[in-house]
Design a protein around this ligand. Structure first.
Ligand SMILES: [Zn+2]
Length: 358
């Protein structure tokens, strides 16, 4: 399980490294701080260095779909995104049309690869495709081939971002063959507006995407999926990523404030599985000790926010480890036992799939 740290979580990723296997860091969180920023002049790559110091896998997400939004040229909050190497070599907003020219496109790819120089994997820039015939998809494939042809010791991977509606329409399944044809080994799939809130249609589409990539021998790694992750891992996904507090799922807005979500009520992951409870509720008070012996949740009177964040990570990690070895019937029973409506829907879809495979 990989964590998606916020821009200033370097002490968390270093101190709580036992709770995750790797970290996906947004490239903008490693770009130089712009003048006027409270951290202006401080080392920009602290977050990546913290992941490496913790001896965890570092993945850097180029985050280039955000560059195609008009907002990128306007808002002060996008200043750090504009300061990435990739954003510096193209005119903004950058769209598939911006990189039709081979020389400009290759320069863009190389700059984005350089933004990932500390990572063990390397991904091309990417745009959000609308269809297989779309210019965005064609540019994505050209840029992926460029990465594969020039990459040195880093493992070539790709990020794919689609909307929930297009996932459900089958776009990811349709594109899988093109990705496999490039020789890429792993694809990180992020669905805008559809992570752990996945309903039955969303869940069916996620499972179809996992199946399509798995059949072609490409690892599919769901990105920003929170509690949906363990279920997808059971179905064959290579792993999954989650945020620690905010953005466990993909943010709705293309551009977020640098500080992350904010304003959301703090909740506690129930270690009985598949749901979270309000922090101040009687239910939270009655949770009992977490199965992880060193965890203060259910033991100490007032666990810190970082304790709750770490508890979220190790709970999802434990659910994923259980889900890998469980047979589908046991997993379905565990989802239904949580009495959480979404988990019940996922159980129904898993049961449907099990009947089809049998
Ligand atoms: Zn815990």
């Amino acid at each position: 399980m990989y964590v998606r740290p916020e821009h200033d979580q370097w002490s968390f990723v270093e101190a709580r490294s036992r709770a995750y296997d790797g970290a996906i860091v947004a490239a903008k969180h490693l770009a130089p701080y712009p003048p006027g920023h409270q951290s202006f002049g401080k080392p920009a790559d602290r977050l990546a260095r913290a992941v490496l110091a913790a001896q965890r896998t570092l993945v850097v997400d180029p985050g280039t779909p955000q560059l195609s939004s008009r907002a990128v040229t306007r808002y002060a909050s996008a200043a750090r995104l504009r300061a990435t190497g990739g954003a510096g070599v193209v005119s903004l907003p950058a769209t598939p049309a911006t990189v039709v020219n081979t020389v400009i496109r290759d320069r863009f790819v190389d700059a984005v690869m350089d933004d990932q120089r500390l990572a063990s994997e390397v991904a091309p820039p990417y745009f959000e495709p609308r269809s297989r015939q779309d210019a965005a998809h064609r540019r994505n494939m050209q840029m992926l081939r460029r990465v594969i042809s020039v990459q040195g010791v880093q493992r070539p991977v790709a990020f794919l971002q689609v909307t929930r509606a297009r996932l459900i329409a089958g776009l990811v399944t349709e594109l899988a063959r093109d990705y496999a044809a490039t020789g890429v080994e792993r694809v990180y799939l992020r669905v805008r507006g559809g992570g752990e809130q996945a309903d039955a249609a969303g869940m069916r589409a996620w499972l179809a995407a996992v199946d399509a990539f798995m059949t072609l021998g490409v690892e599919l790694f769901p990105d920003c999926v929170g509690r949906l992750g363990p279920v997808l891992v059971h179905a064959g996904a290579a792993g999954f990523s989650t945020g620690t507090m905010f953005f466990r799922s993909a943010p709705q807005a293309l551009l977020s404030r640098d500080g992350g979500g904010g304003g959301q009520a703090v909740s506690v992951e129930s270690h009985r599985g598949w749901r979270e409870v309000e922090r101040e509720s009687a239910e939270a008070a009655a949770l009992g000790p977490c199965p992880m012996p060193s965890c203060p949740v259910g033991r100490a009177a007032d666990p810190s926010l970082d304790d709750l964040r770490e508890h979220r990570l190790h709970t999802l990690d434990r659910l994923a480890r259980e889900a890998v070895v469980q047979d589908t019937t046991t997993l379905i029973r565990s989802l239904r036992a949580s009495a959480q409506p979404r988990a019940g829907v996922w159980a129904d879809v898993l049961a449907e799939r099990a009947r089809r495979i049998a």
